[in-house]
Design a protein. Structure first.
Length: 204
């Protein structure tokens, strides 16, 4: 199934998940084990957007499940945030996590422009359905899709950007932080900035 942009823009959560699962809009459908739709509560007020599923995500059907996901979960927990879709936490303490691509590129290669464009309507619809109060863009491909920017992460972080009226904070992808642990302090600064922007919006 290759949904057009107009078609996707009318789907609710279950129909959108089904559309992603059946998508054949690009060649990644031929090599994936399964699609990786997203995880978290559908009323979460934080949206985290990563890049593309890796091998473990492709196997389990959930984003950020490997070492990078464990690092991200620890960082979120330090601010009292959770990706859990059940439990007592209010929406302002919940995050929804998804990727720009819903299928794993073979050998974890970088996504192509065509693949990003094919998958973008799904991400756009997720944002519309979720109505987050803040978006955290993790990695350069999330930045490329959300902000239409090819600038390095280092130049974009530390500022508040906008996506369809929603504040966006840019930070490093957790997988990059595992390779470059000296950048973890900067990523923590980004998360703290995101929390302060979120709180300022809530106070209005």
């Amino acid at each position: 199934m290759a949904c057009g942009r107009g078609e996707v823009s009318t789907l609710d959560w279950p129909a959108l998940r089904q559309a992603v699962a059946g998508c054949q809009a690009c060649s990644l459908c031929q090599s994936r084990r399964q699609t990786v739709f997203g995880t978290g509560h559908p009323q979460a007020q934080w949206l985290l957007v990563g890049e593309a599923p890796g091998e473990q995500e492709d196997a389990q059907g959930e984003p950020f499940v490997g070492a990078a996901g464990q690092l991200l979960d620890r960082m979120l927990a330090a601010l009292g945030l959770t990706r859990a879709d059940d439990g007592p936490q209010p929406p302002e303490q919940r995050v929804y996590i998804t990727n720009t691509l819903k299928c794993r590129p073979p050998r974890n290669r970088n996504p192509s422009d065509q693949e990003l464009a094919s998958c973008e309507p799904f991400l756009v619809r997720q944002v519309v359905l979720l109505r987050p109060r803040l978006i955290l863009a993790l990695g350069r491909f999330a930045v490329q899709v959300l902000l239409r920017s090819d600038e390095p992460i280092g130049k974009l972080r530390g500022r508040v950007h906008q996506y369809e009226g929603v504040p966006v904070i840019v930070s490093y992808h957790p997988a990059y932080l595992l390779r470059s642990p000296h950048e973890k302090a900067k990523a923590w600064e980004d998360l703290c900035l995101a929390a302060s922007v979120f709180e300022a919006g809530a106070a209005r």
